[in-house]
Each structure stands twice: as C-alpha cells, then as structure tokens.
Design a protein around this ligand. Sequence first.
Ligand SMILES: Cc1cc2nc3c(=O)[nH]c(=O)nc-3n(C[C@H](O)[C@H](O)[C@H](O)COP(=O)(O)OP(=O)(O)OC[C@H]3O[C@@H](n4cnc5c(N)ncnc54)[C@H](O)[C@@H]3O)c2cc1C
Length: 261
Amino acid sequence: MNYIVCIKQVPDTMEVKVDPETKRIVREGVPSILNPYDYYAVEEALRLKERFGGTTIAISMGPPQAEAVLKEAISLGIDQGYLISDRAFAGSDTLATSYTLARAIKKIGDFSVVLCGREAMDGSTGQVGPELAEHLEIPVITYVSKIINIADNRIECVRLLEDHYETLTSFLPVVITVIKEINEPRLPSLKGMLKSKKTQIPVWTKNDIGGDELQFGQDGSPTKVVEIWRPEIKKEGKIVKGEPEELAETIYQELKKLGVA
Ligand SMILES: Cc1cc2nc3c(=O)[nH]c(=O)nc-3n(C[C@H](O)[C@H](O)[C@H](O)COP(=O)(O)OP(=O)(O)OC[C@H]3O[C@@H](n4cnc5c(N)ncnc54)[C@H](O)[C@@H]3O)c2cc1C
C-alpha cells in the first residue's frame, strides 16, 4: 500500500507580498517553509504506514528550492520524495497545479491514499485536493479529523463539517485532505535527518510525467487574477471607565456619534 503526500513550500511570513504588475505572490528573497497544514498530512501518512504497512512518498510541485521541504519530509520519516519542477509549470493556478500533481501520481502508479493539507498558507483555496481527485477520477474526503480504519479496500474516516462531524467510508484509492485535529506531528529524528542528507530527490519534468501540454502552467490556468489589494485595517480603540450606568451612557453617546444608535 502506498501513501502519497502532497506538500507545498510556502513563504515564511504572514505578510504575503503581491507583485502589483503580475498579481502573483512575490517569493524571491522571502525565506520558505513547509506549509504548516502539510505537517499533519505527513504525520498521518507515517501513522498509516505504522498501522497498515506500506510505503510513504512525498511529492511537491515547485521551483528547485522546493527540494528542501521534501528533504524535511524524509527527516520526519517519509520514505521517498519527488520534486515536480519545470519552467513550463510557472504561472499554474490550482487547476494546472492539481493536473501536474495528478500526472506525477499516475507515474508513481500504485497508491491507496493521497493525503493533502486542508489548505496552503499562501493561496488558501483548499482546491488542490478536490481537483486532484477529479483528475485522478477517484473519490475525495475533505477536512478529515480521524482515520478510523482501512480494510477490505475501504477507508473509514471522520470529517468535520460546520457544526458537526460525519463518518464516511470510501473505496480506495482516495484523496483525503486533513485538518489539524487529526494528529500531533512528530519532530524529525536524528536517523531521519541523516537519511534526508543522503537521499537524492529525483526531479520530474514535464517530459517525465507526460500529459496534455495545454494543461500545464499558464496555458492550463483559467484563473486570471483581475485585482488584488490589502484590506485596510483600522485599529481604533478607546477605553472607558466608570460605573455601569455611566459606561452605558458613554457608549450610547459614542454610538450615536457614529450614527449606529
Ligand atoms: C493566475 C495564477 C497564477 C499563479 N502562478 C503561480 C506561479 O507562477 N508560481 C507559484 O508557485 N504559484 C502560482 N500560483 C499559485 C498557485 O496556483 C497555488 O499556489 C497552487 O495552485 C496551490 O493553491 P493553494 O495555495 O490555494 O493550495 P490549496 O488548495 O489551499 O492547498 C491544499 C493542499 O494541496 C497541496 N498542494 C497545494 N499546492 C501544492 C504544490 N505545489 N505541490 C504539492 N502539493 C500542493 C498541499 O497538500 C496543500 O496543503 C498562481 C495562482 C494563480 C491564480
């Protein structure tokens, strides 16, 4: 049984800068990290291997420096990593990203569960997991908080909805996206860190994964960012002190001034 985890390298900052011309995230000169949600996907893949046996594989689509997150996954215990990287993938929106990842997954071939984080910290669409399932023509279970069991070619999961949980079963293979509640990610081991230093990460280009030329990169990206701006945050606070009646009157007068009372 193979468990494939999709991991993304994201800028290590809460202040994502956007190029006003291209409307793309500025990644140059910004330190990068593994997408925080993807630690939970990596951890769950490791736990699935411990519970049910098999092999764990991490894949990432990104520029050459994204190799670092694959090495980190190996230091956490993942068996093998593949970097999916080619200039032809530049400008990919979520549809082209998921198509590219799906081609790489098809090349790996034998897999039971594809795991993704619930969303990436920079793009935050949460679309890649469900789109992957569509390209692979397999089921998807999003927001998984617990994997109960894998048996008889089926997986049983609990998923979080707005105000309740539901338990679902699906045939394998399946794509799941995981939420933080699912586990407590481990730290890298010394053995893992040594292994990650030695492990070569194969780089797969467009030619390696094959597919329809027009579905990669900008050509395969129907999303056009029309405008992008930072919301104005006004932090105006006022502390009022006094007896409850006085406070109520002061607040009432303030609200009246603002035209909301
Ligand atoms: C018009 C347009 C152009 C763009 N051009 C570029 C570009 O040139 N370069 C660029 O880096 N980004 C580009 N992006 C952003 C890119 O589309 C997204 O970063 C990417 O598709 C993932 O979407 P997301 O961040 O919303 O991920 P989400 O859907 O929120 O991620 C969910 C999960 O999917 C998996 N995942 C997501 N992305 C990857 C990945 N790359 N590799 C492995 N697993 C992944 C992870 O498990 C993640 O937790 C562009 C976006 C648009 C709209």
